[in-house]
Design a protein around this ligand. Structure first.
Ligand SMILES: C[S@@+](CC[C@H](N)C(=O)[O-])C[C@H]1O[C@@H](n2cnc3c(N)ncnc32)[C@H](O)[C@@H]1O
Length: 419
C-alpha cells in the first residue's frame, strides 16, 4: 500500500545535499524537507520510491535551537519551492551547507576536511540578493514561482530573496498571455535591468509593459535571446572594470559574488607579471579580466567559452587588454589543441555538471603549477577533485561562500597544487 499522503512521526538525523534532512521510518530512509537535524517531526509523505520516501515536515514536535520563523510567508510545506532553509538561522544554514560540502568530499573524493562557509556582504538577513528570478506562467497568463518538485505555481507577489529592483519590475502583478516563462534580470552593481520572455508559440504575443525595465528580450528554444526593446545586455562593475553581460547569459546572481570570487581566485592563484593564465568556462570574462590586469602585457590570458553570445561579451569586455584572448570552443576540444602549451595557472568555473575526468586529465597535461576550481555543485566538484588528485594534484585549500542564502546552494573554490 502506498504511503503517499500518510503522516509519519520521526526523528530527523543528518542534513543531505539538496535541502533535505534524513530520517528513518521502519528502516526506510526518508528525505524530509522543512526540518532540521535533531528535530522530532510529523512528516507528510509526498513521494515514494523502492529505495526511499520523500516527506514534508508539517508539524514540529521537538524543535531545533537553530529553528527560526521563516521570513517569507510563501515558504513552507506545499508553498514556493525556491528556498530550502528559510526556517533555519543564517548561521545554521551556513553550518549545514559546510556539512554537506564536507560529506560530498568525504564520500565521493575520499577527502576529509572541515568546511567553513563564508558570509557574503550586501544581503542583510539573507534577503534581497537574487538578481535573476525566473517566473513560470500559467496558460491564463498568471506569473508565479514553482512549488517544490511540481509544475504548480505559487502566486508570489514579492519574493523576499529577490533583489529589490527585480521585484520593482512587477512581473507577477502583470498578465502574460501566450508566454511560458518570464525572467527578471537586474544588475547587482548598476541600474540596468531586463525582462526575458519565452513565448508559448512561434509568434511573440503583445506583451505588458514591465514597470521599471530598461530592456525586453525574447528567448528562443535552445536559450538564444534577441532584444525586443532596448539593449541586449546589462552592465556590471567589478574591480574597476565594466562588464557587458547578455541578459540571457551567465553572471553570478548575488550582487557581491562576482567581486568576492574574483578576489578569492586572485588570492588563490597569486598571478605574477609575465605568467600565462587560463580561464576555462570564462563566461563574460570576469576572471580573465582580473588575471589580465595581474599578469600584465608581458603575460598572456586565454579564455575558453562555448556560448557565442558570452564570447562576444568577453571579447568586448577585454578589448583594452590585447594579451587576453577568448576562444569560442568547448573546453575539452580546445585543451586538446593546446596540449603542448606552457601554462602557469588556471581558473576553471564549469556549469553545474562539472568539468569531468577528461578535462581534469587534459589540464594536468599542461603541468600548470596551480588551479583554482570554482564550483556551484559540491557533488560534481568532489567527483572532479578525485580526478584531479589522480592526475597529480593535491587539494591545498577549500573555501565555500554563501552566495545563495535561504537555498541549499553553495559556491566553492578549491585550490589544487601539483603534488
Ligand atoms: C558557471 S559559468 C561561469 C562563467 C564565468 N566564470 C563567471 O563567473 O561569470 C559557466 C560557463 O561555462 C560555459 N560552458 C558550459 N559548457 C561549456 C563547455 N563545454 N565548454 C566551454 N564553455 C562551456 C557556459 O556558457 C557558462 O558561460
Amino acid at each position: 500500500m502506498s504511503l503517499i499522503g500518510t503522516r509519519l512521526e520521526l526523528r530527523v538525523d543528518n542534513v543531505a545535499h539538496g535541502g533535505w534532512c534524513v530520517g528513518r521510518h521502519d528502516q526506510q530512509v526518508v528525505f524530509v524537507r522543512h526540518a532540521l537535524p535533531g528535530e522530532r517531526v510529523r512528516a507528510l509523505v509526498t513521494e515514494e520510491t523502492t529505495r526511499f520516501l520523500r516527506a514534508d515536515a508539517v508539524e514540529i514536535l521537538e524543535a531545533s535551537p537553530d529553528r527560526v520563523e521563516a521570513p517569507c510567508r510563501f515558504a513552507g510545506p506545499g508553498g514556493c519551492g525556491g528556498c530550502d532553509w528559510q526556517h533555519a538561522s543564517l548561521e545554521a544554514q551556513r553550518r549545514l551547507k559546510g556539512q554537506v560540502v564536507a560529506e560530498q568530499l568525504r564520500r565521493i573524493a575520499g577527502i576529509d576536511r572541515d568546511v567553513h562557509v563564508e558570509e557574503l556582504a550586501g544581503a542583510p538577513g539573507g534577503l534581497g540578493w537574487r538578481t535573476r528570478v525566473r517566473f513560470a506562467v500559467d496558460t491564463d497568463g498568471t506569473a508565479g514561482l514553482r512549488r517544490h518538485r511540481s509544475h504548480e505555481l505559487e502566486p508570489v507577489d514579492t519574493c523576499l530573496i529577490a533583489h529589490p529592483e527585480a521585484n520593482r519590475l512587477g512581473v507577477s502583478e502583470l498578465v502574460w498571455p501566450g508566454v511560458t516563462e518570464v525572467e527578471a534580470v537586474v544588475s547587482g552593481t548598476t541600474r540596468d535591468s531586463a525582462v526575458i520572455v519565452t513565448p508559448r508559440g512561434a509568434k511573440l504575443p503583445v506583451l505588458p509593459e514591465p514597470k521599471a525595465s530598461s530592456a525586453v528580450l525574447r528567448r528562443f528554444k535552445g536559450g538564444r535571446t534577441q532584444p525586443v526593446r532596448g539593449r541586449r545586455g546589462i552592465r556590471e562593475n567589478v574591480g574597476g572594470r565594466e562588464f557587458r553581460v547578455s541578459a540571457g547569459g551567465f553572471w553570478q546572481v548575488h550582487p557581491a559574488a562576482a567581486r568576492t570570487l574574483t578576489e578569492a581566485v586572485l588570492a588563490a592563484l597569486e598571478p605574477k607579471p609575465g605568467e600565462t593564465a587560463l580561464d576555462l568556462y570564462c563566461g563574460a570574462g570576469l576572471f580573465a579580466g582580473a588575471l589580465a590586469d595581474a599578469v600584465g602585457p608581458e603575460g598572456r590570458v586565454l579564455g575558453v567559452e562555448s556560448s557565442a553570445e558570452a564570447v562576444r561579451d568577453a571579447r568586448h569586455n577585454l578589448r583594452d587588454t590585447a594579451w587576453a584572448r577568448i576562444e569560442c570552443a568547448d573546453v575539452a576540444t580546445q585543451l586538446r589543441e593546446w596540449v603542448d602549451m606552457r601554462v602557469d595557472i588556471a581558473v576553471i568555473d564549469p556549469p553545474r555538471a562539472g568539468a569531468g575526468r577528461v578535462v581534469a586529465e587534459q589540464l594536468a597535461e599542461l603541468r600548470n603549477r596551480r588551479i583554482a576550481y570554482v564550483s556551484c555543485d559540491p557533488a560534481t566538484l568532489a567527483r572532479d577533485l578525485k580526478a584531479f588528485v589522480e592526475a597529480g594534484y593535491e587539494l591545498t585549500e577549500l573555501r565555500a561562500f554563501d552566495s545563495f542564502p535561504m537555498t541549499h546552494h553553495v559556491e566553492c573554490l578549491a585550490v589544487l597544487d601539483r603534488s
